[in-house]
Design a protein around this ligand. Structure first.
Ligand code: NAP
Ligand code: GDD
Length: 334
């Protein structure tokens, strides 16, 4: 089996690559040209002599339709996982048009490229709980109406419906995974969980004094990214394509995440955290809580890592990084 992943250099792309290689897939990943290295999350796979023949990286971009068209027709993958996106909600308010170009139209460009294939590949779209925005009901299911609250959320709603439209209009196997927030030690450092675990570890070792955050009352249904990529694959193995909510069924506030991480590292977060209005959003999503009953029933999927384990495994990983940083700082001071 041959899979193509957009967004392979991101958090989910790296876990999905490991997962698919483990299943014997040949994996093609689209990477963007960058002036500095951007393959840190997959370097360990690429450099592994057992895996590097089965992982191939090709340059492309979701804004380049003709390139996507020739790549897909040249590679002829069986499955396409569209994980590439400008994925930061706060940034989408600063760059709404770019976000829509990549997240909304980028999805359409991939779908058009798939439609042009002799044997159209199966398609997975990385849809998001951010589409529920100002939630119409709690918990949120596949039937809950969308009310996006950011340019990112609006772009993902567009991509969600295009995915369904290509399924219905052209009979393409196209599914939406509506994933609630999922985190890991590979999470980007500007998302709130990782920002907290990075800072807490550095504060613990005296490398940093303060942590500046925005809205601490926001609540999210946080799961572990490693668990969630399995659900993506399971959706692609069904007889019929469909849409699924993937979530833990528990919601916690940013404050609770702070409590969990700082108390684990034996500190009181209130001594270090300060509020900076720059991290507030023009419109906020106050609370998300997913109901993954359909995925449990149809896919047999269950989350394995809970909130406390997630906070701790992220804190442990960031303590390791901070210890190495401390060695360098101490060495420079000698
Ligand atoms: P991430 O770590 O931010 O990774 C995003 C990936 O997209 C990176 O590989 C990035 O490449 C790539 N990308 C950005 N702009 C691109 C462009 N113009 N063309 C091609 N690739 C581009 O995101 P993630 O957390 O892994 O999330 C994966 C997907 O799931 C995203 O679509 C996200 O919106 C969606 N999602 C995430 C969550 C979550 O909680 N993590 C929940 C629901 C949905 P560079 O490395 O070069 O920047
Ligand atoms: N990033 C960030 N930084 N968020 C903060 C901060 C801060 O300093 N302080 C408070 N928050 C609050 C945000 O206002 C938001 O309510 C919550 O923490 C979570 O923010 P993020 O971690 O940035 O994630 P997100 O929920 O906005 O978006 C993530 O999850 C979506 C799924 O619901 C991203 O991964 C999206 O790509 C994904 O679709």
């Amino acid at each position: 089996m041959k899979a193509l992943i957009t967004g392979i250099t991101g958090q989910d792309g790296s876990y999905l690559t490991e997962f698919l290689l483990g299943k014997g897939y040949e994996v093609y990943g689209l990477i963007r040209r960058s002036s500095s290295f951007n393959t840190e999350r997959i370097d360990h796979i690429y450099k592994d002599p057992h895996e590097n023949t089965k992982l191939k990286l090709v340059y492309s971009d979701l804004t380049d339709g003709s390139n996507l068209h020739s790549l897909l027709n040249g590679i002829n993958p069986d499955e396409v996982y569209n994980l590439g996106a400008q994925s930061h909600v706060r940034v989408s308010f600063d760059q709404p048009i770019y976000t829509a170009n990549v997240d909304a139209l980028g999805t359409l460009r991939i779908l058009e490229a798939i439609r042009s294939m002799k044997k159209p590949a199966k398609f997975y779209q990385a849809s998001s709980s951010e589409m529920y925005g100002q939630v119409a009901e709690t918990p949120q299911t596949e039937k809950t109406p969308f009310y996006p609250r950011s340019p990112y959320g609006c772009s993902k709603v567009y991509a969600f419906w295009q995915t369904i439209n290509y399924r219905e209009a052209y009979n393409i196997f196209a599914c939406n995974g509506i994933l609630f927030n999922h985190e890991s030690p590979r999470r980007g450092e500007t998302f709130v969980t990782r920002k907290i675990t990075r800072a807490a570890a550095r504060i613990k070792l005296g490398l940093q004094d303060k942590l500046y955050l925005g809205n601490l009352e926001a609540k999210r249904d946080w799961g572990f990214a490693g668990d969630y990529v399995e659900a993506m694959w399971l959706m692609m193995q069904q007889k019929k394509s469909d849409d699924f909510v993937i979530a833990t069924g528990q919601t916690h506030s940013v404050k609770e995440f702070l409590d969990e991480v700082f108390s684990y590292l034996e500190m009181d977060w209130e001594k270090y955290v300060e509020i900076d209005s720059r991290y507030y959003r023009p419109a906020e999503v106050d609370m998300l809580l997913g109901d993954a009953s359909k995925a449990k029933k149809v896919l047999g999927w269950e989350p394995k890592v809970d909130f406390r384990e997630l906070a701790r495994l992220m804190a442990d990983a960031d303590m390791k990084i901070a210890k190495n940083e401390k060695i360098i700082v101490d060495h420079q001071g000698e």
